[in-house]
Design a protein. Structure first.
Length: 605
């Protein structure tokens, strides 16, 4: 379980405050001259201040828990809450990227001044420089992945020289070469591991893992439509080196329950982490909780049908749904409901809360009561299909679910110690890079260069770790050809990394908008009470794992959870890179617009 007494390491705010306090304390004498006054020159003569400057970079750039399911086949935030890009409503004004260089500017200033910091040893300078270079590579790749090549600014700019501030876009190839150069130097300078109070800083293995991730994305169809095999080979070698080093350092697939990856802190799966703890660096989780069990906001990242069905059965075989039988065959409906709730891949219940099961909200769900956001079906000629679905409102909760659509909520990483009044105080660490990702990056690259056996073994290992039981050692994986294995990786990443901000990246780098368009509407399954009159006197401590309870319900397929057929996936298959915003181009005439948006810049070169 989550350790609420974790050491306060890498606290981005408190370290800076302590340094500032130390540098401003002075005598009470009115004629005292404070030689430690904060100014740019003093920073580079004090190790604490130098460290604080770098720590501030961490604080501004370290990613935290994402809420990112809404634009994908993972989930939705509420009815008609679908972005314009997903609906095919696109324009330079709507999708234009601003190219914020604040972090690059801050990093370059740090790097330029680090060299004159005589208070640091050469080894200390290398370690500081390595961390800063990692973050510069991180920032540049974020820009390049979105728009292609961008201006490469590698030195702190002199704002008094106005003309020098206007820089043309470097090619994507040039940007990737510089990113690799930064990461290679970082890898050479960083320690294998940080311990004690330094735990959480960027180490050698993290930099190698990022290098492997970037090269894999650069080898993917988004940047590599001609499938240049050399890119895949480079990505394979980078990921192989990362896996080998991380394994040597004791990292590996977590050998406990899948859900505990998020609660067993500093476990072997953790590569790059943002550590949350109360009160200095707490996490706001109000949005992902159901409305009756939170406050201020609710109902984000609700799982929709593709994610609900993606998780296989416990033997690894697919959970198949026959939509026609579901509505016409009561025996089939009952069996499907049993298959849905029982004997699933353990990652399913660790990732998604399903109606009529246990939700961690003991301040509201008292005396063992479960959270029952079940539904009833009522006639409504104006509604889609002639019916609408009303959430059953139970006296025990004293309020309804309100604007919920799906009824399936995120369980992955949910701080189970929260109450309605402490939803801002979560302490679950965010693992930005975990070992499974590095391993699967390696496997995906292995498949692309003809190492199918290696790629398949990694899939088997990941599913074995997940808790899938297999009589033949294949854990439900039936792929054998290169294209089948490629699809198996795409599908397995959907399951393994659900709610980890990877789905949209995977869809885009594989250029699979067509998959979302074919899906069209955001659909779902509602557990509907067969006979509402039988609810009276129901024991709300029971759950859907009880076969007698399941007999009271049936599944209804809802084609349009948004309740409005104007909201559907209609992504433009001609726009894979985002445009540069008009404001950027207006300020700097040297910036070319991407060719997909009427400009002359080719992001593929």
């Amino acid at each position: 379980m989550l350790n609420s007494n974790k050491p306060k390491t890498m606290n981005y705010k408190s370290i800076i405050c302590a340094a500032l306090l130390a540098s401003t304390i002075s005598s009470c004498s009115l004629d005292y001259k404070n030689t430690a006054t904060i100014n740019p020159e003093n920073v580079w003569t004090d190790k604490i201040m130098i460290n604080s400057f770098l720590t501030d970079i961490y604080g501004k750039m370290m990613p935290g828990w994402p809420i990112s399911a809404n634009g994908t086949d993972e989930g939705m935030n509420g009815p008609t809450d679908m972005g314009s890009f997903s609906r095919g409503i696109i324009s330079i004004e709507g999708q234009g990227q601003g190219l914020d260089y604040a972090n690059i500017d801050r990093i370059n200033f740090f790097l330029d001044n680090l060299e004159k910091a005589s208070v640091l040893s050469d080894d200390e300078k290398k370690q500081f420089r390595g961390q800063a270079l990692f973050w510069r590579a991180w920032d540049y790749w974020g820009k390049v992945f979105n728009v292609g090549g961008v201006p490469l600014i590698l030195k702190f700019q002199d704002v008094s020289n106005i003309e020098s501030l206007f820089v043309s876009r470097a090619s994507t190839t040039e940007c990737v070469a510089q990113i690799m150069k930064d990461l290679d130097e970082a890898i050479a300078n960083l320690p294998d591991v940080w311990t004690g109070a330094e735990y959480g800083r960027i180490d050698k293995g993290t930099a190698m893992a990022l290098k492997g991730r970037i090269l894999m994305q650069y080898a993917s169809p988004l940047f590599n439509p001609s499938n240049n095999i050399k890119r895949w080979e480079a990505a394979y070698e980078a990921n192989k080196a990362a896996v080998d080093l991380l394994t040597k350092m004791g990292k590996g697939l977590y050998d406990g329950k899948f859900e505990d990856i998020w609660y067993s802190e500093r476990n072997k799966e953790v590569i790059m982490v943002n550590q949350f703890y109360y009160p200095d660096h707490r996490l706001d989780q109000k949005n992902i909780r159901p409305e009756p069990l939170t406050k201020d906001n609710a109902n984000y990242n609700q799982a929709i049908l593709p994610l609900l069905l993606a998780f296989p059965k416990k033997d690894g075989s697919k959970l198949e749904l026959d939509y026609n039988k579901l509505s016409s065959d009561e025996a089939y409906n009952a069996q499907f409901m049993t298959d849905f709730y029982t004997n699933r891949d353990p990652r399913f219940t660790a990732t998604i809360f399903s109606p009529g099961t246990e939700y961690p909200a003991k301040d509201v769900l008292i005396n063992g009561m479960k959270y029952w956001n079940a539904w009833k079906k009522v006639s409504d000629p104006s509604a889609t299909g002639g019916f609408k679905y009303m959430t059953l409102i139970f006296d025990q909760l004293s309020k309804g679910v309100g604007g919920t659509s799906s009824g399936y909520f995120q369980m992955k990483g949910l701080d189970k110690n929260l109450t309605t009044n402490t939803v801002y105080d979560a302490q679950t660490d965010w693992i930005e890079i975990r070992f499974t990702e590095v391993l699967m990056n390696l496997g995906e690259c292995a498949n692309e260069i003809g190492k199918s056996s290696e790629a398949l073994q990694i899939l088997y290992d990941v599913r074995k770790r997940a808790g899938i039981v297999s009589p033949n050692g294949k854990y439900g994986i039936t792929a054998s050809s290169q294209s089948e294995i490629r699809q198996a990786y795409f599908d397995e990443r959907f399951i393994e990394f659900a709610y980890e901000n990877k789905r949209w990246t995977d869809i885009r780098r594989h250029k699979r908008y067509d998959m979302l368009n074919k899906m069209k509407y955001r659909s779902g399954l509602h557990a509907v009470i067969k006979d509402p009159s039988k609810i009276a006197g129901f024991n709300w401590t029971k759950d859907m794992y009880d076969p007698e309870v399941r007999k009271l319900f049936r599944f209804e397929y809802l084609e349009v959870l948004d309740g409005n057929k104007d909201y559907f996936f209609n992504l433009d298959l001609k726009h894979w890179f985002y445009p540069i915003s008009k404001g950027v181009i207006d300020r700097n005439s040297k910036i070319e617009q991407n060719n997909e948006w009427g400009g002359t810049f080719d992001p593929l070169k």
